[in-house]
Design a protein around this ligand. Sequence first.
Ligand SMILES: C[S@@+](CC[C@H](N)C(=O)[O-])C[C@H]1O[C@@H](n2cnc3c(N)ncnc32)[C@H](O)[C@@H]1O
Length: 260
Amino acid sequence: MSEASWYDYPQYFDMLFRDETASEVEFFQQAFERYGNGPIKRLFEPGCGTGRLVIAMAALGYDATGLDLSDPMLSYMKQRLKRRGLTATAINGDMADFHFDAPFDAAFCTFNTFRHLLTEQQALAHLNCVADCLNDQGLYVLGMHLDPEEEYDPVVERFTSRSNGTVLKTVISVPQSDLKRRQETLRIKLNAVQRSGKKVRIVSEFPLRLYTAKQLKRLLKKASDRFEIVETFDFGYDIDDPQPFDSELLEALLVLRKIG
Ligand SMILES: C[S@@+](CC[C@H](N)C(=O)[O-])C[C@H]1O[C@@H](n2cnc3c(N)ncnc32)[C@H](O)[C@@H]1O
């Protein structure tokens, strides 16, 4: 098994997350309807990866832009847009340091992408950049796993996905977790067997910042001149089932609104 970056294998990333896309997209639309201030047309996703969400929103008629640091991810997104005859904007950039001239009506960043920002400074820079590029009262849907307050043993998650004759086995584990440094290492093991019989086996590790509900609240308080918390949900993506933002919330899906 060779070491590589998970994000250099966009097709396998996409296979794993594809089933989540429809419920996320439905939730975004419901949140726009319920909490938005007027029509929402222009959308932005920082850390858009393969563009699975940007593409789905473009297919619904939104004017969508995704930004990511990974060229393989962005190339994959452009290819898929072309294949489907859709238009969206793919930009190579850092989600802690970006600027757009024309503002967006809403933005979204789910599935722990925000946790790639390893320091409070980067996280706040990101929130400020997102606020700067949103219209007044623009929405920001932010989703991530949170840690419980007490020590716990991380679980190992195993998934099998199938597409176009490829069988993909993905194992996600957390070999290291440092609560003091607020950082964990995520290990992704991919084992793909393509229709041709070709095998791809890689292991990828990268750090993510840890947040308990309290720590995330504290961070958002520091950005409270830019965003207010409108409502909190979980990864059930059920707009009619808001959840208390407390230590029990381990899959956080926040709807934020730009102050202004
Ligand atoms: C877990 S993937 C999520 C992709 C996408 N949001 C989704 O839900 O399918 C995280 C993505 O964030 C990107 N990323 C990590 N750090 C970044 C940064 N500082 N600026 C821009 N993109 C970043 C990675 O390249 C990767 O594509």
